[in-house]
Design a protein around this ligand. Structure first.
Ligand code: SF4
Ligand code: SF4
Length: 165
């Protein structure tokens, strides 16, 4: 699915998916985790992130102090220079990238600071986390960014354990 098709599909499913993920907050968290973790493995086994990179193109990770230290060291820069060159502070008071696509994303969709990328990039899209029910709002937002998350949610809706009223 190309990015235009994904954009159309994710928007078309947006209202339904928001409601579905809200309702999952009422389901036993272990049942939800079991499904998401299994779907995460299955969907990523079929997904080529290098052909996508939509997360790096459209959203910014949060850079915590440890991320700034690691990335600036990798680039042989002073942390303060790294911050002033690449980062800004968002409405939640977190350091994020000044602009999208990410400045470290290459034309080939490789990350030029891959070994030193922020923790948020390593963990994106967070679908193998414990207690997924606590991040349903974030997961909904990620159905609009990440084709793999959209696919996991679509598979979940077909599972009889999750057919909710
Ligand atoms: S740092 Fe690397 S992995 Fe993270 S958003 Fe930028 S290009 Fe993507
Ligand atoms: S948006 Fe999802 S599928 Fe695309 S590169 Fe990021 S993690 Fe991979």
């Amino acid at each position: 699915m190309d990015s235009e098709q994904f954009g159309k599909r994710s928007k078309a499913k947006s209202t339904e998916n928001k409601k579905f993920l809200q309702q999952l907050k009422r389901v036993n968290w272990k049942t939800v985790d079991d499904f998401f973790h299994r779907a995460h493995e299955e969907v990523f086994a079929e997904t080529d992130c290098l052909a996508c990179a939509n997360c790096c193109k459209t959203t910014s990770p949060i850079f915590y102090p440890v991320d700034i230290d690691r990335a600036s060291q990798f680039l042989k820069m002073k942390p303060g220079d790294f911050v002033s060159k690449y980062l800004t502070i968002d409405s939640d008071d977190d350091y994020v990238l000044k602009k999208s696509p990410c400045v470290f994303l290459g034309a080939d969709n490789y990350c030029s600071i891959y070994e030193a990328r922020p923790k948020a990039c390593r963990e994106y899209p967070h679908t193998n986390r414990k207690k997924m029910v606590q991040i349903m709002d974030l997961t909904y937002k990620n159905t609009l960014v990440c084709p793999a998350v959209l696919e996991m949610v679509e598979r979940m809706k077909l599972n009889k354990e999750f057919i909710l009223k």
